[in-house]
Write a protein that binds this ligand. Structure first.
Ligand SMILES: [Zn+2]
Length: 97
């Protein structure tokens, strides 16, 4: 079996995904313990794939209470909504194309 790093497995998973995945989806799929680790690795993935002419697309996080969409599509999970202060946040999702 070919040995692959977490980063390579993450790139493959996101390239083959049919819909964007959350950090939780990625952690479950790759057997990682923390979503924080996924976000850290995703930052490296975003840089690495530029060489291959692909891009990491980010579906921004949004507030499930008031619908506020976080404008900066960042590789992290916002803790609360700046508009209504709710912590019921739908996290960002990622896909490579
Ligand atoms: Zn809100």
């Amino acid at each position: 079996m070919e040995w692959e790093t977490t980063r390579e497995r993450m790139m493959k998973l996101l390239s083959e995904a049919s819909t964007p995945l959350s950090a939780r989806d990625i952690a479950l799929e790759l057997g990682l313990d923390s979503e924080r680790a996924v976000y850290e690795e995703l930052k490296h993935v975003a840089k690495s794939i530029r060489r291959s002419g692909k891009r990491l697309y980010i579906q921004p996080a949004y507030c499930r209470k008031c619908g506020y969409v976080f404008k900066d599509a960042q590789i992290k999970r916002p803790s609360k909504c700046p508009r209504c202060k709710s912590q019921w946040i739908e996290p960002p999702r990622f896909i490579i194309r």
